[in-house]
Design a protein around this ligand. Structure first.
Ligand code: THU
Length: 133
């Protein structure tokens, strides 16, 4: 697990980028920050569409940004929202696929850490690449 300072830095980054969320339909803003093994932090926000089902969560946008910047190994993901929500089911699957079992830090909109969990705790008995052979 990453240390306390790193966790707080990551949670603060998530709450900072959350301010850039594009959520005109739900008004529920989410920020996510993903720590890669080179110490870099990739950010994402939720981006909503008038065709609601096309909206993309902050977590998957952070993962897309990290991958597009050449990051491949990840240590932790922080999520910032009102109420410090857990990631949705679709994001849990993508976190499992791309990041593996990492720390997942749930924070409020001010960057206060409410809970530290993990991919494995949020998606037990996950389907994954091991099943595709
Ligand atoms: N949302 C996220 O971005 N991440 C989550 O963990 C939960 C939900 C977004 C999707 C949608 O834009 C809004 O929050 C309300 O569901």
């Amino acid at each position: 697990m990453i240390n306390k300072n790193e966790r707080q830095k990551l949670a603060s980054a998530a709450s900072e980028i959350r301010k850039k969320a594009y959520a005109p339909y739900s008004s529920f803003r989410v920020g996510a920050s993903l720590l890669s093994d080179d110490g870099g932090i990739s950010g994402g926000v939720n981006v909503e569409s008038s065709s609601y089902g096309l909206s993309v969560c902050a977590e998957r946008n952070a993962i897309a940004s990290a991958l597009a910047n050449g990051k491949r190994k990840f240590l932790a993901l922080a999520i910032s929202s009102r109420g410090a929500v857990t990631p949705c089911g679709a994001c849990r699957q993508v976190i499992h696929d791309v990041c593996g079992n990492i720390d997942i830090i749930l924070g409020d909109e001010n960057g206060n850490i409410r809970e530290i969990t993990s991919t494995a705790a949020l998606l037990p008995e996950a389907f994954g690449d091991k099943d595709l052979d």
